[in-house]
Design a protein around this ligand. Structure first.
Ligand code: ADP
Ligand code: MG
Length: 351
Protein backbone atom coordinates (compact mmCIF):
# COMPACT_ATOMS: atom_id res chain seq x y z
CA UNK A 1 0.00 0.00 0.00
CA UNK A 2 1.39 3.34 -1.00
CA UNK A 3 0.91 6.86 0.26
CA UNK A 4 1.83 8.19 -3.18
CA UNK A 5 -0.71 8.46 -5.97
CA UNK A 6 1.86 7.61 -8.63
CA UNK A 7 2.63 4.23 -7.10
CA UNK A 8 -0.98 3.18 -7.71
CA UNK A 9 -0.52 1.78 -11.16
CA UNK A 10 -2.64 -0.04 -13.68
CA UNK A 11 -1.73 -3.62 -13.79
CA UNK A 12 -0.56 -5.75 -16.67
CA UNK A 13 1.06 -8.99 -15.56
CA UNK A 14 4.69 -9.47 -16.59
CA UNK A 15 3.80 -12.99 -17.74
CA UNK A 16 1.72 -11.45 -20.57
CA UNK A 17 4.93 -10.07 -22.09
CA UNK A 18 7.38 -12.75 -20.98
CA UNK A 19 10.97 -12.00 -19.97
CA UNK A 20 12.19 -11.16 -23.49
CA UNK A 21 9.11 -9.12 -24.29
CA UNK A 22 9.59 -7.17 -21.09
CA UNK A 23 13.27 -6.46 -21.80
CA UNK A 24 12.41 -5.24 -25.32
CA UNK A 25 9.57 -3.15 -23.99
CA UNK A 26 11.59 -1.34 -21.31
CA UNK A 27 14.77 -0.81 -23.33
CA UNK A 28 13.43 0.08 -26.80
CA UNK A 29 13.36 3.86 -26.28
CA UNK A 30 16.94 4.17 -25.08
CA UNK A 31 19.32 5.72 -27.64
CA UNK A 32 23.07 5.56 -27.20
CA UNK A 33 25.00 8.82 -27.47
CA UNK A 34 28.58 8.08 -26.49
CA UNK A 35 31.03 7.27 -29.25
CA UNK A 36 32.59 4.53 -27.14
CA UNK A 37 29.28 2.58 -27.23
CA UNK A 38 29.49 0.22 -30.22
CA UNK A 39 26.64 -2.16 -29.33
CA UNK A 40 24.18 -1.63 -26.48
CA UNK A 41 21.25 -3.88 -25.48
CA UNK A 42 20.32 -6.81 -27.71
CA UNK A 43 23.23 -9.22 -28.04
CA UNK A 44 25.02 -11.61 -25.71
CA UNK A 45 27.33 -8.84 -24.60
CA UNK A 46 27.57 -5.10 -25.06
CA UNK A 47 30.52 -3.88 -27.14
CA UNK A 48 32.54 -0.85 -26.10
CA UNK A 49 35.50 0.88 -27.68
CA UNK A 50 38.00 2.10 -25.13
CA UNK A 51 39.22 5.64 -25.60
CA UNK A 52 42.95 5.16 -26.21
CA UNK A 53 44.20 8.09 -24.15
CA UNK A 54 42.04 7.25 -21.12
CA UNK A 55 41.63 4.75 -18.32
CA UNK A 56 38.32 3.09 -17.60
CA UNK A 57 36.45 3.50 -14.32
CA UNK A 58 33.90 0.93 -13.15
CA UNK A 59 31.65 0.97 -10.11
CA UNK A 60 28.59 -0.98 -8.94
CA UNK A 61 25.87 -0.24 -6.41
CA UNK A 62 23.03 -2.49 -5.39
CA UNK A 63 19.76 -1.20 -3.95
CA UNK A 64 17.60 -3.65 -2.01
CA UNK A 65 13.97 -3.08 -1.08
CA UNK A 66 13.54 -2.86 2.68
CA UNK A 67 17.24 -2.07 3.17
CA UNK A 68 17.90 0.91 0.91
CA UNK A 69 14.40 1.98 -0.05
CA UNK A 70 10.79 1.57 1.00
CA UNK A 71 8.29 1.43 -1.84
CA UNK A 72 5.54 2.71 0.39
CA UNK A 73 7.00 6.18 0.00
CA UNK A 74 9.55 6.04 -2.79
CA UNK A 75 8.03 6.55 -6.26
CA UNK A 76 9.52 4.01 -8.70
CA UNK A 77 10.42 6.69 -11.19
CA UNK A 78 12.57 8.47 -8.61
CA UNK A 79 14.07 5.16 -7.53
CA UNK A 80 15.17 4.52 -11.12
CA UNK A 81 16.66 7.98 -11.38
CA UNK A 82 18.44 7.67 -8.05
CA UNK A 83 19.91 4.24 -8.81
CA UNK A 84 21.65 5.76 -11.84
CA UNK A 85 22.55 9.04 -10.16
CA UNK A 86 24.33 7.42 -7.19
CA UNK A 87 26.45 5.36 -9.57
CA UNK A 88 27.33 8.35 -11.74
CA UNK A 89 28.27 10.14 -8.52
CA UNK A 90 30.92 7.46 -7.85
CA UNK A 91 32.52 8.18 -11.22
CA UNK A 92 32.42 11.93 -10.45
CA UNK A 93 34.20 11.16 -7.18
CA UNK A 94 37.10 9.78 -9.24
CA UNK A 95 37.11 13.01 -11.29
CA UNK A 96 35.89 11.03 -14.29
CA UNK A 97 33.06 11.07 -16.80
CA UNK A 98 30.39 8.34 -16.74
CA UNK A 99 29.62 6.91 -20.18
CA UNK A 100 27.63 3.66 -19.86
CA UNK A 101 25.52 1.72 -17.36
CA UNK A 102 24.12 -1.77 -17.05
CA UNK A 103 20.98 -2.29 -14.97
CA UNK A 104 20.05 -5.62 -13.43
CA UNK A 105 16.76 -6.11 -11.68
CA UNK A 106 15.17 -8.85 -9.61
CA UNK A 107 11.41 -8.25 -9.51
CA UNK A 108 8.81 -9.84 -7.33
CA UNK A 109 5.72 -11.26 -8.99
CA UNK A 110 3.55 -8.58 -7.36
CA UNK A 111 5.09 -6.10 -9.82
CA UNK A 112 3.01 -5.28 -12.89
CA UNK A 113 4.61 -4.21 -16.19
CA UNK A 114 3.59 -0.61 -15.45
CA UNK A 115 5.76 -0.59 -12.34
CA UNK A 116 8.80 -1.65 -14.36
CA UNK A 117 7.91 1.05 -16.91
CA UNK A 118 7.94 3.65 -14.15
CA UNK A 119 11.30 2.45 -12.90
CA UNK A 120 12.77 2.62 -16.40
CA UNK A 121 11.31 6.05 -17.13
CA UNK A 122 13.38 7.32 -14.20
CA UNK A 123 16.44 5.39 -15.43
CA UNK A 124 15.93 6.94 -18.87
CA UNK A 125 15.66 10.48 -17.62
CA UNK A 126 18.86 10.02 -15.58
CA UNK A 127 20.64 8.58 -18.64
CA UNK A 128 19.61 11.67 -20.60
CA UNK A 129 20.53 14.07 -17.82
CA UNK A 130 23.97 12.56 -17.22
CA UNK A 131 24.61 11.57 -20.84
CA UNK A 132 25.18 7.86 -20.17
CA UNK A 133 24.10 4.95 -22.38
CA UNK A 134 22.15 1.95 -21.09
CA UNK A 135 24.10 -0.95 -22.62
CA UNK A 136 22.64 -4.02 -20.93
CA UNK A 137 21.65 -5.77 -17.77
CA UNK A 138 19.80 -8.79 -16.52
CA UNK A 139 16.22 -9.46 -15.53
CA UNK A 140 15.16 -12.11 -13.08
CA UNK A 141 12.42 -12.78 -10.57
CA UNK A 142 12.61 -12.29 -6.84
CA UNK A 143 10.58 -14.02 -4.16
CA UNK A 144 11.05 -11.25 -1.63
CA UNK A 145 11.48 -7.67 -2.76
CA UNK A 146 12.83 -5.56 -5.58
CA UNK A 147 16.60 -5.50 -6.12
CA UNK A 148 18.30 -3.10 -8.53
CA UNK A 149 21.96 -3.40 -9.33
CA UNK A 150 23.56 -0.75 -11.52
CA UNK A 151 27.08 -0.90 -12.87
CA UNK A 152 28.52 2.28 -14.30
CA UNK A 153 31.45 2.56 -16.68
CA UNK A 154 33.33 5.81 -17.05
CA UNK A 155 36.59 7.23 -18.26
CA UNK A 156 39.26 9.71 -17.30
CA UNK A 157 42.76 10.61 -18.38
CA UNK A 158 45.24 8.87 -16.09
CA UNK A 159 46.65 12.14 -14.74
CA UNK A 160 43.14 13.47 -13.94
CA UNK A 161 41.98 10.64 -11.69
CA UNK A 162 41.50 11.62 -8.03
CA UNK A 163 41.85 8.80 -5.53
CA UNK A 164 40.88 8.90 -1.86
CA UNK A 165 44.53 8.65 -0.97
CA UNK A 166 46.22 11.80 -2.22
CA UNK A 167 45.44 14.44 0.45
CA UNK A 168 48.54 16.37 1.58
CA UNK A 169 49.20 18.31 4.80
CA UNK A 170 47.94 21.94 4.44
CA UNK A 171 45.55 21.11 1.60
CA UNK A 172 42.12 22.74 1.83
CA UNK A 173 39.03 20.54 2.34
CA UNK A 174 36.13 21.50 0.07
CA UNK A 175 32.53 20.28 -0.14
CA UNK A 176 30.07 21.04 -2.95
CA UNK A 177 26.47 22.22 -2.47
CA UNK A 178 24.94 21.82 0.97
CA UNK A 179 24.49 19.00 3.46
CA UNK A 180 21.86 17.39 5.66
CA UNK A 181 18.77 17.90 3.49
CA UNK A 182 18.52 14.33 2.18
CA UNK A 183 18.51 12.95 5.73
CA UNK A 184 15.71 15.31 6.72
CA UNK A 185 13.76 14.35 3.60
CA UNK A 186 13.91 10.75 4.79
CA UNK A 187 12.65 11.74 8.25
CA UNK A 188 9.64 13.50 6.66
CA UNK A 189 8.82 10.47 4.52
CA UNK A 190 9.08 8.12 7.49
CA UNK A 191 6.91 10.40 9.60
CA UNK A 192 4.19 10.53 6.95
CA UNK A 193 4.33 6.77 6.50
CA UNK A 194 3.80 6.23 10.24
CA UNK A 195 0.87 8.65 10.23
CA UNK A 196 -0.60 6.90 7.19
CA UNK A 197 -0.25 3.46 8.78
CA UNK A 198 -2.02 4.70 11.91
CA UNK A 199 -4.75 6.56 9.97
CA UNK A 200 -5.01 5.27 6.39
CA UNK A 201 -7.48 8.02 5.51
CA UNK A 202 -5.01 10.82 6.17
CA UNK A 203 -3.25 12.24 3.11
CA UNK A 204 0.51 12.78 3.44
CA UNK A 205 1.57 16.29 4.37
CA UNK A 206 4.67 16.84 2.29
CA UNK A 207 4.03 20.52 1.65
CA UNK A 208 6.81 23.02 2.01
CA UNK A 209 9.49 20.35 2.16
CA UNK A 210 10.19 20.14 -1.56
CA UNK A 211 13.92 20.68 -1.28
CA UNK A 212 14.67 18.01 1.30
CA UNK A 213 12.30 15.51 -0.36
CA UNK A 214 13.91 16.08 -3.72
CA UNK A 215 17.35 15.69 -2.18
CA UNK A 216 16.31 12.36 -0.67
CA UNK A 217 14.27 10.96 -3.54
CA UNK A 218 16.04 12.33 -6.59
CA UNK A 219 19.67 13.21 -5.83
CA UNK A 220 21.74 14.73 -8.61
CA UNK A 221 25.25 13.51 -9.37
CA UNK A 222 27.52 16.57 -9.48
CA UNK A 223 28.67 16.07 -13.06
CA UNK A 224 28.50 19.82 -13.71
CA UNK A 225 30.89 20.61 -10.87
CA UNK A 226 33.46 18.12 -12.15
CA UNK A 227 33.33 20.14 -15.37
CA UNK A 228 33.79 23.38 -13.41
CA UNK A 229 36.89 21.96 -11.69
CA UNK A 230 38.27 21.03 -15.09
CA UNK A 231 37.65 24.56 -16.43
CA UNK A 232 39.32 26.05 -13.35
CA UNK A 233 42.24 23.67 -13.86
CA UNK A 234 41.88 22.24 -10.37
CA UNK A 235 42.65 18.59 -9.83
CA UNK A 236 41.59 17.45 -6.35
CA UNK A 237 44.43 15.75 -4.51
CA UNK A 238 41.84 13.38 -3.02
CA UNK A 239 38.08 13.02 -3.50
CA UNK A 240 35.04 11.01 -2.37
CA UNK A 241 31.28 11.48 -2.70
CA UNK A 242 29.11 12.05 0.37
CA UNK A 243 26.92 8.96 0.46
CA UNK A 244 27.23 7.81 4.07
CA UNK A 245 27.66 11.21 5.75
CA UNK A 246 30.34 13.89 5.94
CA UNK A 247 32.15 12.53 9.01
CA UNK A 248 32.28 9.04 7.59
CA UNK A 249 33.76 10.34 4.30
CA UNK A 250 36.30 12.49 6.14
CA UNK A 251 37.50 9.39 7.97
CA UNK A 252 37.90 7.58 4.64
CA UNK A 253 39.97 10.41 3.14
CA UNK A 254 42.19 10.88 6.17
CA UNK A 255 42.78 7.17 6.73
CA UNK A 256 43.57 6.46 3.11
CA UNK A 257 45.80 9.56 2.78
CA UNK A 258 47.51 8.99 6.15
CA UNK A 259 46.76 12.54 7.35
CA UNK A 260 44.47 14.32 9.81
CA UNK A 261 41.55 16.55 8.85
CA UNK A 262 40.08 19.48 10.78
CA UNK A 263 36.67 20.98 9.93
CA UNK A 264 34.81 23.99 11.34
CA UNK A 265 31.18 24.13 12.43
CA UNK A 266 30.65 27.65 11.11
CA UNK A 267 31.81 26.62 7.63
CA UNK A 268 29.47 23.64 7.10
CA UNK A 269 27.06 24.59 4.29
CA UNK A 270 23.43 24.05 5.29
CA UNK A 271 20.49 25.33 3.24
CA UNK A 272 18.12 27.64 5.15
CA UNK A 273 15.19 25.29 4.49
CA UNK A 274 17.26 22.48 6.04
CA UNK A 275 17.89 24.67 9.09
CA UNK A 276 14.19 25.39 9.54
CA UNK A 277 13.07 21.83 8.92
CA UNK A 278 15.62 20.44 11.40
CA UNK A 279 14.25 22.82 14.06
CA UNK A 280 10.66 21.75 13.25
CA UNK A 281 11.65 18.11 13.70
CA UNK A 282 13.62 18.82 16.86
CA UNK A 283 16.88 17.79 15.29
CA UNK A 284 20.23 19.54 15.37
CA UNK A 285 20.95 20.77 11.81
CA UNK A 286 24.71 20.37 12.29
CA UNK A 287 24.21 16.77 13.39
CA UNK A 288 22.15 16.17 10.21
CA UNK A 289 24.84 17.77 8.04
CA UNK A 290 27.66 15.80 9.67
CA UNK A 291 26.03 12.40 9.97
CA UNK A 292 23.03 12.28 7.65
CA UNK A 293 23.87 10.43 4.47
CA UNK A 294 22.80 10.48 0.83
CA UNK A 295 23.60 14.08 -0.04
CA UNK A 296 25.74 12.90 -2.97
CA UNK A 297 27.87 16.03 -2.83
CA UNK A 298 31.59 15.82 -3.55
CA UNK A 299 34.16 16.14 -0.79
CA UNK A 300 37.73 16.81 -1.88
CA UNK A 301 41.07 18.30 -1.00
CA UNK A 302 43.00 20.83 -3.09
CA UNK A 303 46.33 22.55 -2.85
CA UNK A 304 46.21 26.02 -1.25
CA UNK A 305 47.28 27.64 -4.53
CA UNK A 306 43.70 27.10 -5.79
CA UNK A 307 42.07 29.06 -2.95
CA UNK A 308 41.37 32.19 -4.99
CA UNK A 309 39.67 30.26 -7.78
CA UNK A 310 37.06 28.70 -5.47
CA UNK A 311 36.56 31.20 -2.66
CA UNK A 312 33.75 33.12 -4.39
CA UNK A 313 31.96 30.19 -6.02
CA UNK A 314 28.76 29.39 -4.10
CA UNK A 315 28.83 25.76 -5.25
CA UNK A 316 32.06 25.12 -3.34
CA UNK A 317 32.67 25.66 0.38
CA UNK A 318 36.02 25.36 2.09
CA UNK A 319 35.15 23.63 5.36
CA UNK A 320 38.55 22.74 6.75
CA UNK A 321 42.10 21.69 6.04
CA UNK A 322 44.46 18.76 6.13
CA UNK A 323 46.87 18.36 9.05
CA UNK A 324 49.55 15.96 10.11
CA UNK A 325 48.18 12.53 11.01
CA UNK A 326 49.27 13.01 14.64
CA UNK A 327 46.61 15.73 15.08
CA UNK A 328 43.82 13.29 14.23
CA UNK A 329 40.43 14.27 12.80
CA UNK A 330 38.73 17.17 14.53
CA UNK A 331 35.52 19.15 14.47
CA UNK A 332 35.89 22.71 15.80
CA UNK A 333 32.63 24.08 17.17
CA UNK A 334 31.63 27.76 17.15
CA UNK A 335 32.95 28.17 20.72
CA UNK A 336 36.40 27.02 19.47
CA UNK A 337 36.18 23.67 21.24
CA UNK A 338 37.76 20.74 19.42
CA UNK A 339 35.94 17.40 19.18
CA UNK A 340 37.45 14.26 17.68
CA UNK A 341 35.50 13.05 14.65
CA UNK A 342 34.16 9.53 15.08
CA UNK A 343 32.43 7.22 12.65
CA UNK A 344 28.71 7.71 12.96
CA UNK A 345 27.85 7.64 9.28
CA UNK A 346 24.83 5.77 8.09
CA UNK A 347 25.59 2.12 7.55
CA UNK A 348 23.08 -0.31 6.01
CA UNK A 349 24.58 -3.20 7.98
CA UNK A 350 24.42 -1.46 11.35
CA UNK A 351 21.21 -1.69 13.29
P1 ADP B 1 21.33 -13.55 -21.86
O1 ADP B 1 20.41 -14.70 -21.94
O2 ADP B 1 22.44 -13.58 -22.86
O3 ADP B 1 21.75 -13.22 -20.45
P2 ADP B 1 19.20 -11.69 -21.69
O4 ADP B 1 18.00 -12.26 -22.32
O5 ADP B 1 19.31 -11.71 -20.22
O6 ADP B 1 20.47 -12.31 -22.37
O7 ADP B 1 19.34 -10.17 -22.18
C1 ADP B 1 19.14 -9.80 -23.51
C2 ADP B 1 19.66 -8.41 -23.70
O8 ADP B 1 18.93 -7.52 -22.88
C3 ADP B 1 21.12 -8.25 -23.30
O9 ADP B 1 21.67 -7.26 -24.14
C4 ADP B 1 21.03 -7.74 -21.89
O10 ADP B 1 22.18 -7.01 -21.55
C5 ADP B 1 19.77 -6.88 -21.96
N1 ADP B 1 19.04 -6.76 -20.68
C6 ADP B 1 18.50 -7.79 -19.97
N2 ADP B 1 17.86 -7.33 -18.87
C7 ADP B 1 17.99 -5.99 -18.89
C8 ADP B 1 17.57 -4.94 -18.02
N3 ADP B 1 16.87 -5.16 -16.91
N4 ADP B 1 17.89 -3.67 -18.36
C9 ADP B 1 18.62 -3.44 -19.47
N5 ADP B 1 19.04 -4.35 -20.32
C10 ADP B 1 18.75 -5.64 -20.05
MG1 MG C 1 20.61 -12.49 -18.86
Amino acid sequence: MSIFEDNKLQSTSISELGEFGLIDHITKDFKSKNKTTVKAVGDDAAVLKSALDKLQLISTDMLVEGVHFDLSYVPLKHLGYKSVSVNVSDICAMNGKATQITVSIAISNRFPVEAVEELYSGIKSACEKFNVDLIGGDTTSSVSGLVISVTVIGEAKEEKISYRCGAKVNDLLVVTGDLGAAYLGLQILKREKDIFLANPGVQPDLQGNDYSLQRQLKPEARVNLIEVLEELEIKPTSMIDVSDGLTSEILHLSKCSDVGITIYEDKIPIDHTTMNLAKDLNLNPIFCALNGGEDYELLFTIGQEHYDKLKKDVDFTIIGHVTDKSEGNNFITNDSASHPITAQGWDALKK
